[in-house]
Design a protein around this ligand. Structure first.
Ligand code: 2AM
Ligand code: CA
Length: 279
């Protein structure tokens, strides 16, 4: 399969950064056992990977802007095009020596996501998609799974953690979805969760409060693989807002219904406790 020039540029940048991350990942595993621990080393690995992506993409498309996890917004002379880049998605996994992390690069044209590349160097898996051109894993076409009912469905999610997210709300979602489905996975890299739904490994995925660079590339993959995506209560998806519920047509609808039920149960419980004055 011949990749487009655009996907070639994105792939080269992702693979070059991925190779640097692989070298650093080896070192992280050594540092795990040292007194100092690998935290500072990992922030540097993250910045190095971002620098590689920035240099590679600026070299071939000097006028295009960027939205990057570390550097933030960099305006380009061309107002139409912007790269959205997460140089290391799954930072916590990387820090802990777990090989579930990626380089994620998307292209936005006039505010629309039009191309996405995600590279997991530890598993040597490269996901590519361009609007209208289909989604691929290592150059083989991928599609969302064909399973249609919740009891067959395996779902990915992100669990809020110390200092982040709506912990109480998530427990309602978890209670609801775990009792209706074949299982839930928490992999720790939103880009790869989306890629796994696109590849038909997971049947769906939901998570709140993600950043544009966590999801932008994965959304292109998902749509090109035939998936559906909205916010958590079925509202139009907006990659700048960061709430994601996705799956194939059937699983997406079923997931959103479950999330709505969870939100209603929470609301009822909150108003009951407010009425009775309990916490
Ligand atoms: P990161 O590894 O690049 O930080 C895991 O649930 C997902 O949430 C990962 O994609 C992770 O991206 C992202 N994440 C971690 N901390 C976050 C934060 N403070 N805000 C938004 N997303 C975050
Ligand atoms: Ca990220």
């Amino acid at each position: 399969m011949a990749r487009s020039a655009l996907l070639n540029v994105m792939t080269q940048a992702a693979m070059k950064a991925g190779r640097a991350l692989t070298r650093d990942f080896g070192e992280v595993q050594n540092l795990q056992v040292s007194m100092k621990g690998p935290a500072d080393f990992v922030s540097n690995a993250d910045r190095r990977a971002e620098e590689i992506v920035f240099q590679e993409l600026s070299r071939v498309r000097p006028d295009w802007g960027f939205l990057m996890e570390e550097r933030g917004e960099i305006e380009g002379r061309d107002p139409q095009h912007r790269w959205i880049v997460d140089p290391l998605d799954g930072t916590t996994n990387f820090l802990h020596g777990i090989p579930m992390f990626s380089v994620s690069i998307a292209l936005e044209r006039d505010g629309q996501l039009v191309a996405g590349v995600i590279f997991n160097p530890a598993m040597d898996e490269l996901y590519t998609a361009e609007k209208g051109g289909g989604a691929f894993l290592n150059d083989r076409r991928i599609r969302v799974a064909a399973r249609k009912t919740l009891p067959e469905g395996l779902f990915g999610t992100g669990i809020p953690f110390l200092g982040r997210g709506d912990h109480a709300g998530f427990l309602y979602e978890l209670r609801q979805i775990m009792s209706e489905t074949a299982g839930i996975r928490r992999m720790g890299a939103a880009s790869l969760d989306l890629a796994y739904v696109a590849a038909g490994r997971l049947d769906g995925f939901w998570e709140q409060a993600l950043q544009p660079w966590d999801v932008a590339a994965g959304i292109v993959l998902l749509r090109e693989a035939g998936g559906f995506v909205t916010g958590l209560s079925g509202e139009k998806f907006d990659h700048m807002r960061g709430d994601v519920a996705c799956g194939n047509e059937f699983m997406h609808k079923a997931l959103v219904d479950q999330l709505k039920t969870a939100a209603q149960k929470r609301k009822r419980a909150t108003s009951t406790s407010a009425e009775t004055g309990s916490a």
